[in-house]
Design a protein around this ligand. Structure first.
Ligand SMILES: [Zn+2]
Length: 595
């Protein structure tokens, strides 16, 4: 059944692509000129001075060499109109005169997912009833009222209460004859250690359902009512439908407000979010017990390119700000930061000073990059950071900026602050190899060029896929998007670009594929392509081996320090094997370069 749903979803997209040409659609928004076998125009997604936006009807793909935007016809509409995949498909189906009322559009992959949603929906209903209808929920209810959450908010967000006791939800699900192993998979109940039955995860807690953009419950957050029980917050564990790396609390409610306000405010938790919401500030979202990830930033970019991050006034700032900054700069967004006065969170601040005061803080927020530079300078003065490290950290950030004007602004600024000449800073930038980029800046790492090269070659010469299979290379790839695209090509033998893109509707993958296609002009004949692939594979393997050697060196040092002789010997043996392999690969490469 699940397969059928996915299948007809795919056939719908295929039908759309059969009826609408991508240039025909794009032309209604962007004026295009013929160039070679395709069309070019000014990119609608960045401030384009020379036409760098390419569209090709033969393969049904667009790509911008200026900002990296790219994808198929669905991807274009998603991005241009800030729509979800589902919304874009139904809009295009409409345009193509395809009736979809009776078709299963949801992209749910299998009935396992449906059952998981069912489990959460049932639990949500139960908790909500406990809070709003039962005597057990009175304490929780009055706590929420004290915090300023009206009945309307409680209803809108389906807040709930998990009663005291070990088997309340467990019994409720049993009465409904719902399979408890499904509830366990979704973290609602936990298996007893003696193996007999289950007990409730959430007990005597206020329950905050966590929902996806379609308002389906994917997990729960539970908060203690007052300081009686630690820990203060517990959340559902990750499951097949709950991935905290890619979900914002409140996005389903706030996405339209974010579009209208043309700005998103990011806060640290659902209590902060609800306080803002209760105060009438509705263009916010909250992360869920995790720092902001790349998935988060990409998700938010669908709705706006202006982002303000709110940090509590305490010293949580710096590390979190580095991650947020990286995740957004990488996709061309320069976030601003609101630092609340010492000891305040959004709730306490609004209670004291009001929503208008809060909004004016947001409007006058300073740039997060400036904040980061100031923090680096402060650490330098405190002696927590050397001058070189401080400069490297800042340059690492400048290096991932997409906007050249912004880049040169910050180069100038950094040069001034550190008393360097600009050209000295530039040479600093050139010399900055990946290993010097400070830890925690993992995202600064360049997208792997050899992996991109592999993808671009096999898209042009699919017959060379067999080489990848023979050499078993996919497991060595570091880029998860490229990895999943190549897997799809190898395992399912989907080699046609348009069909491939039907299977990947996230922006990042669409961009990688479109870039690969539009930059494959330099690969002209199969024999050269074959050689290039072999060379890429060697380099990728080499990189992996060298990475392992670095890791082993650290391990060996540790073993030496703890005088673990046995382990040390074993690690050294592994290290030597690795080194031999590296030397072997390098010698093969040397031969290649000579001919
Ligand atoms: Zn562009």
């Amino acid at each position: 059944m699940g397969f059928m749903a996915k299948h007809s979803n795919e056939s719908l997209v295929r039908e759309i692509k059969g009826r609408l040409s991508i240039t025909g659609l794009v032309e209604t928004y962007v004026s295009l000129k013929r160039a070679g076998r395709g069309f070019v125009g000014l990119c609608p997604f960045h401030d384009d001075k020379n036409p760098s936006f390419h569209v090709n009807d033969d393969i049904g793909v667009f790509h911008c060499f200026g900002c990296g935007a790219g994808g198929d016809i669905i991807g274009f509409v998603m991005r241009y109109k800030n729509l979800s995949f589902k919304e874009a498909v139904s809009e295009l189906a409409n345009k193509a005169d395809i009736k979809i009322e009776n078709r299963p559009v949801p992209a749910d992959r299998n009935s396992g997912r449906e059952l998981s949603f069912k489990a959460n929906a049932l639990a949500c209903e139960y908790y909500h009833e406990m809070l709003t209808q039962r005597a057990e929920g009175k304490g929780a209810k009055s706590y929420l009222e004290k915090r300023g959450f009206s009945d309307e908010i409680i209803r809108e967000f389906r807040l709930g209460y998990a009663p005291q006791g070990w088997d309340k939800l467990d019994n409720f699900l049993r009465r409904r004859k719902f399979p408890l192993e499904i509830a366990e998979k979704n973290g609602l109940v936990i298996k007893r250690s003696n193996g007999e039955g289950y007990y409730d995860r959430f007990r005597n807690r206020i329950i905050f359902p966590i929902v996806d953009v379609d308002s389906k419950v994917v997990g729960f957050g539970g908060r203690v009512i007052d300081g009686e029980d630690s820990p203060k917050y517990i959340n559902s564990p990750e499951s097949g439908i709950y991935h905290k790396r890619s979900i914002f609390f409140g996005l389903d409610r706030s996405k339209d407000f974010i579009r209208r306000a043309e700005k998103a405010i990011i806060v640290e938790g659902y209590m902060d979010y609800l306080s803002l919401y209760a105060a009438g500030i509705r263009n916010a979202v909250a992360t869920l017990g995790t720092s902001l990830t790349q998935e988060h930033s990409l998700l938010l970019r669908r709705y706006t390119d202006k982002v303000a991050v709110v940090f509590d006034g305490d010293e949580s700032g710096k590390d979190a700000s580095i991650r947020v900054l990286e995740a957004f700069l990488k996709i061309g967004i320069s976030p601003s930061i609101v630092v609340l006065p010492q000891g305040h969170d959004p709730d306490s601040f609004i209670t004291r000073s009001g929503a208008d005061e809060f909004l004016s803080l947001v409007d006058n927020a300073s740039s997060l990059m400036d904040f980061f530079i100031e923090k680096s300078l402060a650490s330098l003065k405190e002696g927590a950071l050397t001058r070189n490290r401080a400069i490297q950290g800042i340059i690492g950030m400048i290096g991932i900026m997409r906007d050249s004007i912004e880049k040169s602004h910050y180069i100038k600024k950094t040069a001034e602050m550190f008393g360097l000449r600009e050209h000295e800073l530039f040479s600093f930038m050139k010399n900055l190899t990946q290993s010097q980029i400070p830890e925690g800046s993992s995202l600064v790492e360049k997208p792997n060029s050899h992996e991109k090269m592999l993808l671009k070659i096999v898209l042009k010469f699919p017959e060379l896929l067999q080489l990848l299979k023979d050499m078993d290379i996919v497991q060595f790839l570091a880029d998860s998007e490229i990895k999943s695209v190549l897997r799809e090509m190898l395992e399912r033998e989907v080699i046609e670009v348009s069909a491939l893109l039907v299977r990947f509707n996230n922006t990042a993958t669409q961009e990688i594929v479109s870039e690969a296609i539009f930059s494959s002009n330099d690969v002209t004949d199969e024999p050269t392509a074959r050689k290039m692939i072999e060379d890429c594979i060697r380099k990728i393997k080499l990189r992996k081996l060298e990475e392992k050697m670095r890791y082993l060196r650290v391990e060996i040092e540790q073993a030496t320090n703890t005088r673990d002789d046995l382990r040390e010997k074993q690690l050294i043996r592994e290290y030597k094997e690795c080194r031999e392999l590296v030397e072997h690969e390098k010698s093969v490469r040397g031969v290649m370069h000579e001919d």
